[in-house]
Design a binder for this molecule. Structure first.
Ligand code: IMP
Length: 182
C-alpha cells in the first residue's frame, strides 16, 4: 500500500472495472462513428488517463486534441468560474468532435466548454464522460456516453486529483475527508 492509498476511504471503481467499461464504450463509439472520423477533444488534466486508454481501445481511426480549463483551483469545491489555460492547437470546423471528460459534477465547466466549442463550427459534437455524479447537476448537459454514475462524494484517482495529487492511482476512490479537512 502506498502513501497515497492510505488516504483513500474506499475504492468505488477498480482498475479492472475501468478497463472493461472503456472497451464497452469504445465499441459503441466505433459503431456510432463507422462512417465518420472522430476527433477526441480531451479536457486536461483529469481526462488524460481516460483519453489515452479510450484512444487505444478504439478500432477506427481517430485524432486527438487537448484543452485545459480551470474551474476548481486547488480546493475541492467548484467555483463556477472557467478559464482557458490551454486552447486547441487547430481549427475544429467541420470535424466530428467527441469531448472527453473525466467527471461531470455541477456541469458548469462542461456547459461553458460546449458553448465555446460549438461557436467554432464543428460538424457534430458529443460528450463522453467516465464519471457522472448523481443528482449534482446544476445545468443540464446532454451526455452521449457515461461510464459510471457515482455518489456525490469527492473522488480521486485515474486522472482525478486533489491539489494535483492522486492522479496516478489506477482506480477511483473516495478521499478521506480528513485529507481536506471536511
Ligand atoms: P463541474 O463544473 O462542477 O461539473 O466540475 C467539473 C470539473 O471539476 C471536473 O472536470 C474535475 O476536474 C473537477 N471535479 C469535480 N468533481 C470532482 C471530484 O470528485 N474529484 C476531483 N475533481 C472533481
Amino acid at each position: 500500500m502506498s502513501v497515497l492509498d492510505a488516504n483513500i476511504e474506499s475504492v468505488i471503481i477498480t482498475a479492472d472495472q475501468i478497463r472493461e467499461k472503456i472497451a464497452e464504450l469504445a465499441a459503441r463509439i466505433d459503431a456510432d462513428y463507422a462512417d465518420r472520423e472522430v476527433l477526441l477533444v480531451g479536457v486536461l488534466k483529469g481526462a488524460a488517463m481516460f483519453m489515452s486508454d479510450l484512444a487505444r481501445a478504439l478500432q477506427r481511426p481517430s485524432t486527438m486534441e487537448f484543452m485545459a480549463v480551470s474551474s476548481y483551483g486547488s480546493s475541492h469545491r467548484t467555483s463556477g468560474v472557467v478559464r482557458i489555460l490551454k486552447d486547441l492547437d487547430r481549427d475544429i470546423s467541420g470535424e466530428h468532435v467527441l469531448v472527453v471528460e473525466d467527471i461531470i459534477d455541477s456541469g458548469l465547466t462542461l456547459s461553458w466548454l460546449l458553448k465555446n466549442l460549438q461557436s467554432r463550427g464543428p460538424a457534430s459534437m458529443e460528450i463522453i464522460t467516465l464519471l457522472r455524479k448523481a443528482g449534482a447537476a446544476k445545468v443540464r448537459v446532454d451526455v452521449r456516453y457515461v461510464g459510471f454514475e457515482i455518489p456525490n462524494a469527492f473522488v480521486v484517482g485515474y486522472g482525478l486529483d486533489y491539489a494535483e495529487q492522486y492522479r496516478g492511482l489506477p482506480y477511483i476512490g473516495i478521499l478521506k475527508s480528513s485529507v481536506y479537512g471536511g
